[in-house]
Ligand binder design. Structure first.
Ligand code: TRH
Length: 357
């Protein structure tokens, strides 16, 4: 992949909650710096959250360089007085998750004729492919383009470091090593009790602080938060993963391991359409009976339905008794993802088409 010979990109991130806003912005910054050899300035309004992911970050130092990425504390226009002038001017600007840029930044975009991208939340829904890279004329005359990552050739692809390769499958040996990094939900204690009643030799590592430990004899312990650089290797050590949000969700797919997705819950259940749009693509690789069982459990985990104890148990029996078929299906999905160009590659192609060479 050729580089953008030291073009400069400004990335903006406003942390709403959890770790994903910072997590995606940091991954984007790392990928642009490494794979596109860009000069990257990351403006972010929450150093405390980012420091969980980047432990080297010094929270009190409002401008610092880590892994050749310039990290700058940004809240609004007032946190910039004077310092903007000393920064390398942007060739393109990425606003993550429509975090709304202050007028001072919009003025710099206009003055420098910088390309302006809004990096959208990841979805498999069809409409995102249609909107990908559409220009949206702005009041100051600049065009803002919407970048939609996704799972198909027509989408913006997924962020993928050029040095990661599909990991070979590993047979389950001894206990079923399970990793849970999820949101709180009413189904957890029902799932834990169901697993405790099954003839399962399972150990659970529980990350984050939103899910309580099982109230039964299941083997489970809290997993410490690791740096984002160590996160991929951590995920690949498990047989079964239940992950949340956006970035963990993508990184889990790269492991090729069986997983459930605990999607970020939205008002009026609008997250369910996004959940189904994704799994509809993946179930094409599942045997029908496995897809049906997984789908019912996934819907219960994400609050779409409530299963009876009997149905929950039957569905888990189906997926655990067909665990190798599940592994095989996820490895086929992994191969499909790796067969596509990454967001890194698609972005550099588009930037060059727009004249950034
Ligand atoms: O933390 P999240 O729930 O973030 C969410 C989602 O991004 C969601 O789309 C967004 O709308 C909401 O925030 C505001 O899940 P996510 O996206 O997986 O982000 C977690 C990040 O933390 C990810 O980059 C992985 C990283 N991480 C580590 O680096 N080390 C760890 O030990 C763990 C558990 C996570």
């Amino acid at each position: 992949m050729s580089d953008l010979n030291q073009k400069t990109v400004w990335i903006f991130c406003r942390v709403i909650d959890n770790f994903g806003d910072a997590g995606v912005a940091w991954r984007l910054a790392k990928n642009l710096q490494a794979d596109l050899s860009c000069q990257v300035l990351l403006f972010i309004d929450n150093f405390t959250t980012l420091a969980h992911i980047v432990p080297e970050l010094q929270i009190q130092k409002h401008q610092q360089n880590i892994n050749q990425i310039n990290i700058i504390y940004w809240k609004d226009d007032n946190t910039f007085s004077g310092s903007l002038k000393n920064l390398p001017k942007p060739d393109f600007v990425i606003e993550t998750f429509a975090c709304e840029l202050p007028d001072s930044i919009k003025e710099i975009i206009f003055q420098n004729k910088a390309l302006w991208l809004n990096w959208e939340y990841l979805t498999a829904e069809h409409w995102a492919e249609e909107m990908h890279l559409l220009p949206s004329p702005q009041a100051n005359g600049a065009n803002k383009y919407f970048y939609f990552m996704g799972f198909s050739e027509k989408s913006g692809g997924l962020l993928r470091e050029k040095n990661i390769l599909p990991k070979p499958p590993k047979k389950v040996s001894g206990s079923l090593k399970t990793y849970i990094f999820a949101y709180s939900a009413t189904s957890w204690q029902k799932w834990f009790n169901c697993w405790a009643d099954l003839p399962l030799n399972m150990h659970i590592d529980l990350a984050g602080n939103q899910v309580r430990l099982p109230e039964n004899h299941l083997s489970c312990k809290h997993a410490p938060f690791v740096s984002q650089d160590k996160f991929d290797d951590l995920l690949s050590q498990y047989d079964l993963l239940i992950v949340r949000g956006e970035d963990s969700f993508v990184r889990t797919q790269y492991t090729g391991k069986p997983f459930f997705w605990h999607i970020y819950p939205q008002e009026n259940q609008s997250h369910i359409a996004k959940l189904h749009a994704f799994w509809d693509k993946v179930y094409a690789y599942f045997p029908p009976e496995l897809a049906a069982a997984h789908s019912r459990l996934s819907d219960e985990l994400n609050g779409a339905i409530v299963l009876s104890d009997e149905e929950r148990k039957n569905n888990f029996m189906i997926i655990f008794n067909n665990f190798e078929k599940w592994q095989n299906a996820q490895q086929q999905w992994q191969a499909y993802l790796f067969s596509q160009k990454s967001a890194n590659e698609k972005l550099i192609e588009w930037l060059k088409e727009q004249g950034i060479k």
